[in-house]
Ligand binder design. Structure first.
Ligand SMILES: Nc1ncnc2c1ncn2[C@@H]1O[C@H](COP(=O)(O)OP(=O)(O)OP(=O)(O)O)[C@@H](O)[C@H]1O
Ligand SMILES: [Mg+2]
Length: 276
């Protein structure tokens, strides 16, 4: 086992073996209990922002049943990663976009083909994507996780040394109950990790012609409320921005930073994270 080492973490009387991928300094999960709140957008935006700051960054799309990283980076046209031998092992070569090394289960399936797998297969696929990708040396590996507290989250937290997690929510209360379950899992004393903070997405809308006006379309204060209940920082607010949605759908994630309010939101986020 040359690209990974095992370390032990003490659970309640039972040591848990965790895999540490030796060339990766920090594994950071982007998670949420809820679907559609912007996890993939935040994960990809965070990866691009960190790469622009000069960090070496990888992005793993761990949303086995609904991968969206290939779309965000325009990597949907029949591409499948090549395999090469590295130190006697067969390793998958990640794609590179915007200076980021990218791997996704979506590269191995037709977009329209559903993945019908039970838990152990999901867990195995995830482990292979993590440990059999030739990441090289990374400062950060950002992992875009599926909604909820299912097999992917359990595998990541139980089996890998994860540096920390950010939790994405939208401001409305309905998102919060689900998000709270995820935070409780992330704070679990046996398998949990460092919950670095909350990212509130789609916080408000400002018309282009009136950038100082804010319309709170989905309510107000959800991120702040979560931060207080769980005693974790509120890292940033990302506004609802029409161009962001279009850029993401068209695979031009790097263009989202031409919108000032989006750039500011991500600058605030990476400032908070890189100073942890
Ligand atoms: N701040 C924003 N402004 C405008 N559109 C946004 C914003 N954040 C996300 N979106 C759009 O909302 C949709 C859902 O975002 P995204 O796919 O990132 O959510 P998700 O939490 O990863 O969803 P899933 O649970 O399905 O994986 C996408 O079409 C995305 O472009
Ligand atoms: Mg997603």
């Amino acid at each position: 086992m040359d690209s990974q080492t095992n370390s032990k973490k003490q659970g309640e009387g039972h040591p848990i073996e965790k895999i540490q991928i030796s060339n990766i300094s920090k594994i950071l999960l982007v998670s949420s209990g809820k679907g559609g709140v912007g996890k993939s957008t935040v994960a990809a935006g965070l990866a691009v922002s960190l790469a622009l700051e000069g960090y070496s960054v990888g992005l793993l799309d761990a949303d086995i049943f609904g991968p969206s990283v290939p779309t965000l980076f325009h990597l949907t046209d029949d591409v499948c990663p090549e395999v090469e031998e590295v130190d006697g092992k067969h390793m998958m070569i990640p794609f590179e976009r915007c200076g980021i090394k990218i791997m996704s289960i979506g590269f191995f399936f037709d977009e329209k083909q559903p993945v019908i797998w039970r838990g152990p297969m999901v867990s195995n696929a995830l482990k292979q994507l993590l440990t059999q990708t030739s990441w090289g040396k990374l400062d950060y590996l950002i992992i875009d996780t599926p909604p909820g507290t299912g097999d992917v989250m359990i595998t990541l937290l139980q089996q890998f040394e994860v540096w920390g997690a950010v939790v994405v929510t939208t401001p409305q209360l309905v998102a919060l109950a689900d998000v709270q379950k995820t935070i409780s899992m992330l704070q679990d004393k046996n398998i949990g990790t460092n919950v670095l903070g909350v990212v509130e997405n789609m916080s408000w809308f400002s018309p282009t012609k009136h950038p100082d006006e804010k319309y709170y379309l989905f309510g107000k204060g959800g991120g702040q409320q979560l931060s207080q209940v769980f005693n974790i920082p509120l890292l940033t607010h990302i506004p609802l921005n029409e161009k962001l949605g279009v850029n993401c759908d068209e695979g031009n994630i790097n263009d989202i930073f031409s919108e000032n309010n989006i750039k500011e939101a991500f600058d605030t986020l990476i400032f908070a994270l890189t100073n942890k």
